[in-house]
Design a protein around this ligand. Structure first.
Ligand code: HEC
Ligand code: HEC
Length: 324
C-alpha cells in the first residue's frame, strides 16, 4: 500500500470497530494472543474532541508542557527530562521521515518501553545493532511489523548511533509483579496497549500474563518512567526461578549465557526485569524459528523442551527481578 492509500485507510479505521490493523502484523507461531496484542480501538475515546485538544499537559518534576497531539507525534517524541540522558540522536527524537518513526515514541526517552514494545535501556550496543540487522534481513520477525518495516530504512551508521545512545541509558524497574488467580477483564486499545475494561469485571487468570499500566494517564503522556503491573499465575515466580537457575531438568540454566546475575554477558543480552509479555514473545519466536540466525540458534536448544506453562513461569520470574 502506498503512503497516500495508507493515509486514506487510516482515516477509515478511526471510525471502524472491526478493522484491526493499519500495517500487517507478523504471526509468531504458537505465541498466545495476549503476548502479541493486535491493534484495537480505544473504547473510551471521544476521538474528534481529543484529537484537536491543544490544552497543555505536564508531569510532576518536569517544567515542559505538551499537548496530547504533540505527545502522540510520531516524528517528534516528547522528552520530559532532557537533562536525564546524553543528547538524544535526531532519529530517536524525530525518526527519519517518511518511514521511520521516532524510537522514543514507542521505546520512550528512558528506553524503558511498554509491554507491547521492548525495553532498550542499557542493552549492549552490539546486541542492539545485531537485532536491527536481524529485523532488516527478516531473520527476526517482529509481531507488530514495525521494526521489520523501519529498520530497512536506516543505514549502518544510523543504527550504530541510536544503539550506542540506548546503551548509555540506565535501565529502570518498571514492572510490579502480582501473583493472582483472578484478574480484571482487559482489552487492547488502538496503540496495542492492554487496558482495564469498564465496567470492572473479574475473570479467571488461567495460563496468561496480563500487563496493564499502573497509571494509565501517565503512561499515555509517554512518561519515561511509566510503571506497569504484571499479573502472573500463582506459583509462577518460584517455578520460573527453578527453571532459570537450574534448568529444572528441561533446559539449560540461563545464567550460563546471560550472566550469573542475568544482566548480560559476552554471549547473551540482559534478560532480567524485561516485560513478561515481551519475554514470552521472544521465547515463542525462538521456538517457532521466526527469530533465527547464528546467535538465536543457541536459544533454540534452550526453548525446545519448554511447555507453554514453563514459558509463562520463566517470564514471570524474570520480570519480578530488579533490573540491577
Ligand atoms: C511503533 C513503535 C516502535 C517504534 C517507533 C520503534 N520500535 Fe523498536 N520495537 C517495537 C516493538 C513492538 C518491538 C518488540 C518486537 C518483538 O516483540 O519482537 C521493538 C523492539 C526493538 C528492538 C529489540 C530489543 C531487544 O531486546 O532485542 C530494538 C533493538 C528496537 N526495537 C530498536 C528500535 C529503534 C532503534 C527505533 C528507532 C529507529 C525503534 N525501535 C522504534 C516498536 C517500535
Ligand atoms: C547457550 C547460551 C544461552 C543459554 C543457555 C540461554 N540463552 Fe537466552 N540468549 C542467548 C543468546 C546468544 C541470545 C541472543 C539471540 C539473538 O541474537 O537473537 C539470547 C537471547 C535471549 C532472549 C531475548 C532477549 C531480548 O532482549 O530480546 C531471551 C528472552 C532469552 N535469551 C531468555 C533465556 C532464558 C529464559 C534462558 C534459560 C531458560 C536462556 N535464555 C538461556 C544465549 C543463551
Amino acid at each position: 500500500m502506498n503512503n497516500r492509500a495508507n493515509k486514506m485507510y487510516a482515516g477509515l479505521i478511526i471510525s471502524s470497530l472491526t478493522v484491526s490493523s493499519l500495517y500487517a502484523d507478523n504471526v509468531i507461531k504458537g505465541a498466545p494472543y495476549w503476548s502479541t496484542p493486535t491493534r484495537g480501538v480505544n473504547l473510551e475515546s471521544k476521538k474528534t474532541a481529543k484529537d484537536n485538544d491543544e490544552s497543555l499537559l505536564g508531569i510532576v518534576g518536569s517544567s515542559l508542557r505538551y499537548s496530547k497531539m504533540q505527545i502522540d507525534d510520531k516524528f517528534n517524541a516528547p522528552d520530559w527530562f532532557p537533562n536525564q540522558h546524553d543528547k538524544m540522536p535526531m532519529i530517536v527524537k524525530s525518526g527519519k521521515a517518511p518511514k521511520v518513526w521516532a524510537c522514543a515514541s514507542c521505546h520512550l526517552a528512558s528506553g524503558s518501553g511498554h509491554p507491547e514494545s521492548a525495553r532498550l535501556a542499557g542493552l549492549d550496543s552490539l546486541y542492539l545493532q545485531s537485532q536491527m540487522k536481524a529485523f532488516t534481513d527478516g531473520s527476526r520477525l517482529d509481531y507488530s511489523g514495525h521494526m521489520n518495516r523501519m529498520s530497512k530504512a536506516l543505514s549502518t551508521a544510523e543504527i550504530k548511533e541510536v544503539s550506542d545512545w540506548f546503551s548509555t541509558l540506565t535501565p529502570q524497574k518498571v514492572t510490579k509483579v502480582v501473583e493472582t488467580d483472578q484478574v480484571l477483564k482487559t482489552y487492547v486499545d488502538e496503540t496495542r496497549m492492554r487496558r482495564v475494561a469498564k465496567p470492572y469485571v473479574m475473570e479467571a487468570m488461567g495460563n496468561r500474563i496480563i500487563e496493564i499500566p499502573d497509571n494509565l494517564a501517565e503512561v499515555k503522556k509517554r512518561h519515561p518512567d511509566s510503571t506497569f503491573i504484571s499479573y502472573v499465575p500463582i506459583g509462577s515466580i518460584d517455578r520460573g526461578r527453578n527453571l532459570v537457575t537450574t534448568g529444572g531438568g528441561k533446559t539449560i540454566a540461563c545464567t550460563g549465557c546471560h550472566g550469573t546475575d542475568l544482566n548480560g554477558s559476552s554471549i547473551g543480552p540482559a534478560i532480567r526485569g524485561s516485560f513478561a509479555s515481551y519475554t514470552v514473545r521472544q521465547l515463542y519466536g525462538f521456538k517457532a524459528n521466526s527469530r533465527k540466525g547464528e546467535q538465536a540458534a543457541m536459544m533454540q536448544t534452550v526453548v525446545n523442551g519448554l511447555t507453554d506453562k514453563d514459558i509463562i513461569d520463566i517470564s514471570a520470574y524474570l520480570t519480578s527481578l530488579p533490573v540491577n
